[in-house]
Design a protein. Sequence first.
Length: 188
Amino acid sequence: MPALDIILASRSPRRRDLLALLGRPFRVIEPEHEEQRLPGEHPGDYAVRNAREKARSVRHHAATGPFLVIGADTIVVLGERILEKPRDAADAHAMLRALAGQRHEVITGLALLTGTGEECRAIRTAVEFRPLTDGEIEAYLATGEPFDKAGAYGIQGHAAHMVTEIRGSYTNVVGLPLAEVAMALATL
């Protein structure tokens, strides 16, 4: 039986690192999908749609034998407000100020495409931040870390000290819910 061709449809170095932890060979192909929320679209539906479109955009690169294309899109949600990657330092500061002392939700849309179909769902993790001073926010911004991350923070980096509680998958907050991916690989 031919080996499973695993493709990660992502530009994220964090997703690459996480998937590598599963010890299976895979390829990375950057998706050709522009993320744009539809009017009235629920945050979970938005993340799932983005993940599905990312995976579909690279599906044609899959081998003719068995394959798995993995697409993911991670967003931070505070109330009904979606906090994606910040536009600039002022936007990042505003996001972190809004998250300070609050509980929010990290949603990763996960799309798993095979030769026989698609499985798409939203994985949710609750995260709580401690209160932050403006000085702490400015110091974090100076690291440069927040600018390519949803919600303007990376739980795996310098922002780790901001988190007081997490309920759900840690790897989901980083950007790829590994338990769900591992279970899909086990069934293939």
